[in-house]
Ligand binder design. Sequence first.
Ligand SMILES: *Cc1c(COP(=O)(O)O)cnc(C)c1O
Length: 496
Amino acid sequence: MSAQPDAYTAALDRALLHALAWLASLPTRPVGPRVDADTLAALSAGPLPPAPTPAAAVIDELASFAEPGLMAMPSGRFFGWVIGGTLPAALAADWLVSAWDQNAGMRFATPATAVLEETAAGWLLDLLGLPPKADVGFTTGATMANFVGLAAGRQWVLERAGWNPDRDGLAGSPRVRVFVGAERHDVIDLALRYLGLGAPIVVEVDREGRLRPDALAELLDTGSGPAIVCLQAGNLHSGAADPMDAAIDVSHRHNAWVHIDGAFGLWAAASPSYRDQLAGLDRADSWATDAHKTLNVPYDCGVAIVSRPEVVRQVFGVHTSYLVAADGTPANPGPGNPFEKVPELSRRARGVPVWAALRALGRAGTIALVDGLAANARALAEGLSSLPGVEILNEVVFTQVCVSFGSDDRTRRVTQQLLADGSAWMSGSRWHDRDILRISVSNWSTDAADVALSLAAVARACAATDAEGASTDTSAADATTAARPTDPRPPSDDRD
Ligand SMILES: *Cc1c(COP(=O)(O)O)cnc(C)c1O
């Protein structure tokens, strides 16, 4: 098959057309998908076609097949889980990344993408107020970014305990105690499983889900040996951050490595109005965040930041003859290769859309983005609290709002009505033993009109629920609530 540019033109033209049609549909289409996966699966059933199909026809078929099953996640009225939209410059840059098709692992082989990612990394460290010499790796998401920080921590604390995990593995090693807040994200436990570190030691939190440094100190005191403390900037439900200064002091007094999961909440540090919530943040040892959430670059892009480049490169560096190492010494590690900072060897240049997003926003635009999300969260909370029977359960300090509509039953039914209405999407969740509707404002394009339309949609959902409630026997729903085991952790629909 020819690789002449013309071979691409028809397919890319169709892709542009379909992409623009999708984006143009966002203001008016229902936010949720119109068909479910089983329905689509039945439509797509069929063996692999025996003969080739022209690329442009494949793209047409793809777009029309997918359209009814797409969730309008880039909509300004999508508030589910914690999911950002896509800034225009980031989306277009992402297309170029695919067209360039660089395997972005080696600085020497793909200098353009390596340097663009290094520039983006420098901008990120500057915006977030983190040490300028930290290593920055671009991962698939915060799950893997947390894995990177915790892997670096494992290496560092074991080496200081006189154990070489690279040579001797973990069998027989000193036990690494890992401390986490009771309301950490589930993927911290997942990363610890990947790392063979087992279940963490759980530290009590306050009513906003913030880790209590006094409780952490007590637990650290009860044992000794290598320790990692994993803090959180941005509680999934409240948006609150752990008290960084106090928790980092306690941890470092015990020689623990401090990692911070700031998948969305780390971005508070970019804004003068919110960064005080994270005071002391820069003294941690590693940080994880997402660009595909608050920064609004397309999926997928997480950011793994480690204060000690030599440690992360020790863990993730690969030294075979065909990979050209970047020059550097322990004292002056130099920029390093992209592959030395993340788990993947081969990967797309996913830091390039980050470069484009930051280049387009500038410092002022990035601050305005973060401030705008938090302001919209406050506006939604204020609007909702004026509806009858509505309670806002968290202090709205950042982008997250937890809403109860009275009983668990009413909250669940309002949530169902809202999703059926289709004008806005918010997730059902469970927090502090109550069913809630959770709002995460993460989309750059949400404006005052979206906020007003979303509030109106919730008000309609309440009215519909109460009208239905007057004519329905709710004993079945009550029985479901009673039968539910009390689980202090968020339910499984709560992955983001
Ligand atoms: C979203 C999120 C994660 C997981 O991030 P992914 O990008 O989905 O891998 C981890 N921690 C927190 C606090 C999150 O909000």
